[in-house]
Write a protein of this length. Structure first.
Length: 306
């Protein structure tokens, strides 16, 4: 996408100023272009990508079936520039019908308060966040037996992994009827190999909590390098405590073990995605030393963009 160099330079400078842990701003996204100008004539640009997912596509676990994603380039124009680009996106959406299973999404650095003001004004809410952790592990919670999971644990692990979506479906993306089918392939593959690791916390031989993790290398030119500082990162893909056992310390004990193992494996740090609207995870992960680096701002359906 051809975007004016002064605007790109201001965009890169904004990222560097907003959060020291952000990697350098990624090259311009490809897609449909939106242009606008501020009251003083400063040009701002947005790029829109539309993603449509089929019923058996894994992104439906967290995404609407028809997603319009905006990549804003507003440099140092602050709230005014973001407001103009969201107005332009709303105008674009009015040119064709959008269904109920649709969304407008902006994935943006969490600490950019000027942008947040515009997101809220246009009806977007923070439905997802990429949390990052570079601090030493916190003290362990209550004692629990933690072990690596294997193929024999598949049925119990899938039941537990699926159960978490019953809860998050209330406070974030709606739960899909085929959630178990979407989760099963990656979980089965993980359990069949030593890597990526899956850990289980047990009590009296009963599984109480699960942590499905992976290794991600943020190397120059990689997709991960657009989101994370350089290094080898432990990705905490899915952590769930059995319903009825939440608050009993199993999650804390499990993650204390996981963080030690990731650190032993040479991790620069660890990261995960969580729902800021989830009253359990938004507290639990902050206590574990994570803080938001990127936030996914969304409005559903797409036509509800103000």
């Amino acid at each position: 996408m051809d975007i004016a160099e002064p605007l790109l330079a201001a965009h890169r400078a904004r990222f560097a100023e907003v959060d020291a842990l952000l990697p350098p701003a990624a090259p311009p996204a490809e897609g449909e272009r939106l242009d606008a100008a501020t009251a003083d004539g400063t040009r701002v640009t947005g790029v829109v990508q539309r993603h449509r997912f089929a019923p058996d596509d894994v992104p439906l676990l967290w995404s609407a079936a028809d997603t319009w994603q905006l990549f804003p380039y507003f440099g140092d124009t602050g709230t005014e520039g973001v407001d103009l680009l969201l107005r332009a996106l709303k105008g674009r959406l009015e040119t064709e019908p959008t269904g109920e299973d649709s969304a407008c999404v902006v994935f943006w650095p969490s600490r950019d308060a000027e942008a947040i003001r515009a997101f809220l004004d246009h009806g977007l809410v923070p439905l997802g966040a990429l949390g990052i952790r570079t601090a030493p592990p916190p003290a362990a919670g209550p004692a629990a037996a933690v072990r690596r999971a294997g193929p024999a644990d598949f049925a119990a692990a899938l039941e537990l992994a699926t159960a978490t979506f019953d809860y998050t479906g209330l406070v974030a993306a709606p739960r899909r009827a085929n959630t178990a089918d979407l989760l099963a392939p990656s979980l089965r593959a993980a359990l069949a190999e030593d890597e990526p690791p899956v850990w289980l916390a047990e009590e009296n031989g009963e599984i109480r909590a699960l942590a499905h993790c992976a290794w991600v290398d943020a190397t120059p030119g990689s997709e991960a390098a657009e989101l994370l500082p350089p290094g080898r990162w432990g990705y905490v893909n899915n952590v769930v405590t059995a319903p009825g056992e939440r608050g009993g310390g199993f999650g804390r004990a499990l993650m204390a073990h996981v963080h030690r193992e990731l650190q032993r494996g040479g991790a620069t740090g660890s990261y995960l995605y969580y729902n800021p609207t989830n009253p359990l995870s938004s507290v639990f992960w902050h206590r574990q030393g994570y803080r938001p680096l990127w936030t996914s701002w969304e409005v559903r359906p797409a036509a509800a963009l103000r």
